[in-house]
Design a protein around this ligand. Sequence first.
Ligand code: PLP
Length: 364
Amino acid sequence: MSVIPVDLRSDTVTRPTSAMREAMAAAEVGDDQYGEDPTVRALEGEVAERLGHEAAVFVPSGTMGNNIALRLLADPGTEVLADNDSHVVTYEVGSLAAIGGIQTRTLMSDGGILGHEAVAAQLRVDPHGRSVKGSNYAMVETRAVAVENTHVRSGGRAWRLAEIDALVEVTQPVGVELHCDGARIWNASVATGIGLEEYGRRFATLSVCMSKGLGAPVGSLVVTSAERAGRARTLRRQLGGAMRQSGVVAAGALHALRHHLDRLADDHFRAKSLALALEEVAPGRLVADRVETNLVLFEVCDANAFVTDAAKRGVLLGAISPTVVRAVTHLDVDDEQLARAIEILRPMLDADVSRSLVDAGSSV
Ligand SMILES: Cc1ncc(COP(=O)(O)O)c(C=O)c1O
């Protein structure tokens, strides 16, 4: 009998629970492009309220959410500052440049956290807060800074309010706005105890995903002011992301929001257990100095080979660089599966450590 592999590739792989499927089947729907889908309206209202904003717009994906949100803040020919390893820079096929005509300028972050001094030093604005174009017509004007909470490629690190406030302090006086790629803002809030509204009101726009840790099958939302939400709907239509009876999927997202938020703490606990178990056999191999949420990154000699080997043994992982492997806990990973994954991964990592010692010895 073949055993189903433990799938730790991403928290996007979850399947709707039966309660979620029931909610989706029973959803009241209408044509959302006529503004007539009550379930989509309910989802948009609830997400906006939880994040302390006036409005939210349901979109098919986080990539579209980031694209629309940042285009609300930056025009073609202006720039957005983002960290070097952010999702908008790494995994969105250059969507801001290709579709929005926006230049992204990248900064190094400290474990996913953009320092306010580094940002302040790079802002291209008139020091008196006027458009830079008034003083130098050739310069690219900075319109926004994008932060990612939690930060994926740093191992799920959550932003603290003081870190965001420090950015607000250097950007607000010169009219530069903050965007949050909050695909996993739910995890950040549960891990830190910082309320969603506390996070939300510090940003001009947010893009939040229902299809990651919360476990809905589809959908993200752009969260912002009522005025900007109108423009977001126009941009969504232009991208082909405006939907019709989307209440069917919005019902899954609403169910996720109402029933799966607090349980993210279980995913975080399992991620910590996994990290501890791996750290025991391979000290110093974890990429983040602490595992706060549901992502565990660890270094190996050859990430693709490690992932292929793990898959053969029954654990699915992701390679996020030539030497870094990622494991993500989520709704569809229970204690039994986690224990199985640990049992398989520990000897593999142990062997990887021995191999690196041999390699180091032979190169002396
Ligand atoms: C931090 C972050 N932002 C945005 C996205 C994009 O979401 P989607 O795959 O729905 O486009 C992802 C997807 O994994 C993500 O991890």
